[in-house]
Design a protein around this ligand. Structure first.
Ligand SMILES: [Zn+2]
Length: 152
């Protein structure tokens, strides 16, 4: 019985989960008994405080609920309604932006392709002979050259 109770043993006693050894020590050791009583009263005080807070919170929320329902029944509904409309519009705009954003690079690419095609068309139009007939033109020119040389 020389060893005093550990903190864990005192806590177990306060919680009512200690064994015979602890009870026997508390009966004979005044120091441990005082410590255990202090802990038990502290725990009891904490428990009471929790119960008080819980009870107060319940009534607090009930009064809050009453206040809110009272306010909703008397208040003009339009501000709330418009707040919802604004929120929905914001959500819609965000959704549209989110949907359109992935298409932006694609549009740019097709725009570039369009520009390239347009430039190619303009190049073809500025050319005297279509690109497909260019080899034939070369052949014709070479033929004319040969013929003119022969004519010499
Ligand atoms: Zn002791």
């Amino acid at each position: 019985m020389n060893n005093h109770l550990s903190e864990d043993q005192t806590t177990e006693w306060a919680l009512g989960t200690s064994d015979e050894h602890v009870f026997r020590h508390l009966e004979t050791c005044a120091a441990c008994a005082r410590e255990a009583d202090e802990l038990r009263s502290a725990l009891a005080g904490f428990r009471d405080a929790v119960h008080t807070t819980a009870g107060r919170d319940a009534s607090f929320w009930k009064s809050q609920q009453l206040a809110v329902s009272e306010r909703l029944s008397t208040q003009d509904w339009y501000p709330l309604h418009w707040a919802w409309v604004v929120a929905m519009v914001v959500v819609l705009i965000t959704a549209i932006l989110l949907i359109r954003t992935p298409n932006v690079p694609k549009n740019r690419v097709s725009e570039d392709a369009d520009n390239a095609l347009l430039q190619a068309v303009q190049r073809d139009l500025s050319r005297e002979v279509p690109e497909a007939l260019a080899p034939a033109v070369l052949i014709a020119e070479e033929r004319n050259e040969i013929l003119s040389k022969k004519g010499d």
